[in-house]
Design a binder for this molecule. Structure first.
Ligand code: ARG
Length: 272
């Protein structure tokens, strides 16, 4: 483990504050920025990561999203499980749960399933945000109908211009307005050249095509935001990305950056 880990994480925390001080985001109605409400039954593979101990009980302790890729396996972002995000080392978070089948965090629908094991990608680099992936194993299986298939490398769903949808309970304005019901927004997969130009390397991160993809609208407006991290980006019915980072939310020329599922999961397409 590289020493600068903690310093990089605090830089990420600073970056997360920047949207509040910068010009208002392009859209005020949004997941997800610029979004619309969705029923959990339409995207049963979207789950919430929750800890009431760390985040309080008003929104069931939700702090990140996740995607169900096997009956007992959930993918999320590595940075969701870091000390900067949790406010405590992961080992001290005793009530980490996955909430499945619940669209409205104020309701009782669905199930809260304790997490049995957490594997954080050892190659995750908090400086660049490369490899932002963790795998959670649940204590009880979900129905097979909740599992989404991952897109393998070379899948057409990764092609620039592809329409994709991102799901989450995150900030809907960039000003700290967290949704209590699941939302989604439509974004377009952008080319590596566009993503590299948007993020050549800064305190926020650096676009690295091997383990990332970026998506948005060139004029901004539709995007994921804080609290959506780890949640699914889906194209053509397959999981292509996990919400990872970005500069602000929904800004023109600053698309959302996602963990490229085919770049970091060893066995793409094997849903178990
Ligand atoms: N890092 C954020 C989180 O922890 C996600 C940010 C995504 N930002 C974006 N503009 N797409 O929730």
């Amino acid at each position: 483990m590289r020493r600068p880990l903690v310093r990089a994480l605090s830089l990420a925390a600073v970056a997360a504050v920047i949207p509040l001080a910068s010009p208002a985001p392009a859209a005020a109605d949004s997941v997800v920025i610029g979004g619309y409400p969705v029923e959990i039954s339409e995207s049963p593979w979207t789950v919430a990561l929750a800890s009431r101990d760390r985040f309080g009980g008003t929104r069931a302790g939700q702090f990140c999203g996740g995607a169900v890729i096997g009956r007992s396996t959930v993918l999320t972002a590595a940075h969701c499980l870091g000390e900067a995000a949790l406010g405590a080392p992961l080992g001290r978070v005793r009530d980490l749960k996955v909430i499945a089948g619940r669209g409205d965090l104020l309701g009782e629908e669905g199930r809260e399933i304790p997490v049995r094991a957490v594997r954080v990608n050892p190659a995750y680099d908090s400086y660049t945000n490369a490899g932002d992936l963790a795998v959670l194993t649940l204590t009880e299986p979900l129905p097979a109908s909740s599992v989404i298939r991952m897109a393998g490398s070379g899948d057409a769903a990764y092609r620039p211009g592809t329409d994709a949808v991102v799901y989450g309970w995150g900030d809907t304005t960039g000003g700290g307005d967290f949704a209590h019901a699941l939302r989604a927004t439509r974004v377009r997969v952008l080319s590596d050249a566009v993503c590299e130009e948007a993020y050549p390397g800064s305190a926020e991160g650096k676009y690295l095509a091997d383990s990332m993809l970026c998506a948005g609208e060139l004029g901004g407006g539709r995007d994921a935001c804080q609290g959506d991290s780890g949640g699914p980006l889906v194209a053509q019915g397959r999981l292509i990305g996990l919400v990872s980072w970005g500069s602000g939310c929904g800004r023109a020329e600053s698309p959302g950056v996602y963990t490229r599922v085919s770049g970091v999961v060893r066995e793409p397409g094997a849903g178990h």
